[in-house]
Design a protein around this ligand. Structure first.
Ligand code: BGC
Length: 789
């Protein structure tokens, strides 16, 4: 490698440390180095464009992966993403996200695994192992303290050294131990230094102490300081735009501000990564069995669903006993299957809850009512009333679309040069099914003209002067226009967008439509009437992209719109009401104790409805357990606020995050960490600790095969104020037939009993209780253990 480096000029070396565009590093053919391509992200592999012509398998959101508590399954999910990366020519996947669920208001909560560092680390390590098994790199992100979004580019997060070491860094450390090839540094600062220049954490801890030999890449546009970042342990600054390196770094080296050896060390890491992922030398070889993306997405989804309430065994439903099933909620028709922001991909298809349930219940009357629609923006034009929906890019490339929504950053459809594209058109023929006032909507940014038939119904600009395009992507606006149309009479609908010169690499445009229909109160009444006449009512409620997404934090944990009232009215009309929660993060469920069953489904990925039908009908067990504490009321959350004060957020709670904080505050959550019901019952028979390993024997005492997540917690026998009352030490999943007993083993490594003090790890000697539990609030067996110094 050093020989290759010695063949490169300083300019060439520096060119390898910065993006040549949004997503890739330059090639240097002379030394056999091909361009190294990166892509988001955690639920699927977008590739260098977001074009609808090149869809990506969409897995359930990362919190759902963690809710499986199943590293073996998550590794398989990782392999699938490795396979997708190879298919799309991607060498480095910008995932997984291991920031913690410190507060449920975090806009990217859905993209993080858990509130617990051990569970987060185990799931992340499995994910990384899976992706990298196919010779594709990963970047565990965002190092560190990016646990909320408000002022994320500039905020300084104050975290004590102990909390960093015991809570926020362990997931990164675990991934490094598992052999991760990349780390992404965060936008925010920590304890006074921007993370992309943080020599203490990136160089001393990550590289020197943990022995990390991969690359540290900046978050996109996070690196802003030429010399600081170069000396601060960063290896690659992304993307090309607003990059502080390039020419400026060459000059800094020439001026003696950055030693050339520092550049060589970074280039060595880049070349090592390139060799690992097949961008230098021979491509990675190996036999990888082809995974079926839909099958993996389906399995992960069902395993991640958490059944938090199931009165009188309402679930699973018995199809033979059903005549009429009511499916209710806008999200039942148009589920939110993935979270917003950089984690977004375009799936090849989405199976909605209504479709999934309908398909699985042939012979049963499955009837639908909207009930409530929480989406503040109109859904994209699609469906049988629309024909010939097409997109035309400046007369240079056109393609058909299934729905009138476009979104990309980077490569354009047809690989057009952004410089050649000064506008686009979305057009189709709309033949209304009903007479009346149809509402059309334009959302996105730029200047638009919308015509319906002969009429121009909107002409204007939908952006605020001075806002950066990247930020606009995360906070789009919408304009609506109502047009009275006659049923059966087709009209041409044309949306034209004018794109300023050179800006066509970032597009997010939707032509929305809503037919005439009942108002909010009438919709609820209709849904309640439908529920009253059905054997069972399945109501799907959840969040929207406008309340839960990257780029901003939530301001409320309540379900948006009239969904709470809808559930109350439906439950009053039918005692057999099953509520399906389609949200990436905790939401308040004020009616939960009054409905028959509640299933949390996160953002369930492309197979959403199929997995849901299987779980509701008992084909599969809802396998999930809560990876995060679920509050009853926002004000109960021990850590909630995400608003910086003078540019600073202080993690004053120290190591007391998640259930550790709930226990310290003696507060009862709605659903405890680890909670989740299956379709069978378990008896915990025996627990012993042998040579640092807990052995737990459980018996399936129910009537069907099942899967149990055995959780092992540790409690100091003599609690003190310094340490949490208990913490997760490990877990194992087992499956067993009725009456079958199985024994699981959970290692209790030294770190279980250690705290960080005075710059090092110290074992806290003394007596502990080792607890085998179904959930944090459902301990089953306890043994004592004395730990020596
Ligand atoms: C996000 C990263 C992402 C990057 C590239 C940033 O805004 O924070 O997680 O990988 O964009 O899309």
């Amino acid at each position: 490698m050093d020989e290759l480096i010695s063949e490169l000029s300083l300019e060439e070396k520096v060119s390898l440390l910065g993006g040549q565009d949004f997503w890739s590093l330059p090639e240097i053919a002379r030394i056999g180095l091909r361009s190294l391509v990166m892509s988001d992200g955690p639920v699927g592999v977008r590739g260098t464009g977001w074009a609808p012509e090149d869809p990506s398998v969409a897995l359930p959101s990362p919190t759902a992966l963690a809710a499986t508590w199943d590293p073996e399954l998550v590794e398989r999910a990782g392999r699938l993403l490795g396979q997708e990366s190879r298919r799309k020519g991607v060498h480095l996947l910008l995932a997984p996200t291991v920031n913690l669920h410190r507060t449920p208001l975090n806009g990217r909560h859905f993209e993080c695994f858990s509130e617990d560092p051990l569970l987060t680390g185990e799931i992340a390590a499995a994910f990384v192992t899976g992706v990298q098994a196919l010779g594709v790199g990963t970047t565990v992100k965002h190092l560190v303290g990016n646990d909320f979004e408000t002022e994320r580019m500039t905020v300084d997060v104050r975290i004590s050294e102990r909390a960093l070491r015991e809570v926020y860094l362990p997931p990164f450390e675990r991934v490094v131990r598992a052999g991760g090839w990349g780390v992404m540094s965060a936008y925010n600062g920590v304890n006074g230094s921007p993370m992309s220049s943080h020599a203490e954490l990136q160089q001393r801890v990550l590289k020197d102490e943990w022995g990390f030999d991969g690359i540290v890449v900046s978050d996109w546009r996070a690196a802003r300081d030429t010399v600081g970042a170069a000396l601060g342990g960063l290896d690659i600054a992304m993307p090309a735009m607003q990059n502080p390196w390039g020419e400026a770094l060459v000059e800094a080296v020439r001026a003696g501000l950055v030693p050339e050896e520092e550049i060589d060390a970074k280039v060595r890491r880049v070349l090592r990564l390139a060799a690992r992922v097949g961008a230098l030398g021979p491509p990675p070889s190996g036999e990888w069995p082809e995974l079926d993306g839909s099958a993996v997405a389906h399995e992960v989804a069902a395993r991640s669903f958490v059944l938090v309430r199931n009165e009188d065994f309402t679930l699973p439903l018995e199809p033979a006993a059903l005549t009429r099933v009511a499916v209710i909620g806008a999200l039942a028709l148009d589920a939110r299957v993935l979270g917003g922001g950089s984690a977004t991909v375009t799936p090849p298809h989405v199976i909605s809850p209504l479709e999934g349930i309908g398909r699985s219940l042939s012979g049963v009357d499955v009837a639908y009512a909207t009930g409530a629609d929480p989406r503040p923006f109109l859904p994209p034009a699609r469906g049988p009333e629309w024909t010939g929906l097409r997109v035309d890019l400046a007369g240079k490339y056109d393609f058909a679309v299934g729905e009138a929504a476009l979104r990309w950053i980077g490569d354009l459809p047809g690989r057009l040069d952004p410089a050649d594209v000064d506008g686009l058109t979305i057009a189709g023929t709309f033949t209304p099914a009903v007479d009346g006032e149809h509402v059309f909507a334009v959302s996105g940014f730029g200047t638009f003209v919308l015509t319906v038939g002969e009429r121009e119904v909107y002409r204007g600009a939908l952006h605020v002067e001075g806002t950066e395009r990247g930020e606009l992507l995360l906070s789009p606006r919408e304009h609506r226009a109502a047009v009275t149309l006659a049923a059966g009479v087709p009209v041409e609908v044309i949306l034209t967008q004018i794109i300023p010169a050179g800006m066509a690499h970032t597009v997010s445009t939707t032509l929305g439509h809503r037919p005439p229909g009942p108002d909010a109160a009438e919709m609820i009444t209709e849904a309640a009437a439908l529920a009253a006449g059905s054997d069972v009512a399945i109501v799907v409620v959840g969040t929207t992209e406008q309340v839960e997404s990257e780029g901003f934090d939530r301001t409320s944990l309540a379900l948006p719109g009239t969904q709470d009232e809808l559930v109350r009215r439906v439950a009053a009309a039918n005692p057999r009401t099953v509520v399906v929660v389609n949200a990436g993060a905790p939401v308040l469920l004020p009616w939960a104790d009054d409905v028959a069953a509640v299933v949390l489904t996160w953002f369930p990925g492309q197979e959403a409805g199929a997995a849901l039908a299987d779980v509701l009908l008992g084909v599969l067990e809802p396998g999930g357990r809560l990876p995060t504490t679920w509050p009853r009321r926002a004000e109960d959350c021990p850590v909630l606020d995400v608003t910086p004060q003078g540019g600073v957020v202080s993690y004053d709670e120290g190591v007391f995050v998640g259930y550790r904080a709930w226990q310290r505050a003696s507060r009862e959550p709605h659903y405890a960490f680890g909670h989740g019901l299956g379709y069978t019952t378990w008896s915990y028979e025996a627990l012993r600790v042998v040579d640092g390993t807990a052995e737990i024997t459980v018996t399936n005492t129910g009537a069907r095969e099942g899967r149990e997540v055995i959780q092992v917690y540790v409690r100091p026998a003599a609690p003190d104020d310094e340490r949490p009352a208990e913490w997760l030490a490990g877990f194992a999943t087992v499956t067993a037939h009725p009456d079958e007993s199985v024994t699981a083993r959970v290692d209790l490594p030294e770190r279980t009993f250690q705290t960080w003090a005075d710059g090092g790890w110290h074992t806290v000697a003394g007596d502990y209780e080792i607890v085998a539990a179904h959930a944090l609030d459902d301990p089953r067996l306890v043994v004592s253990l004395t730990v020596g110094a």
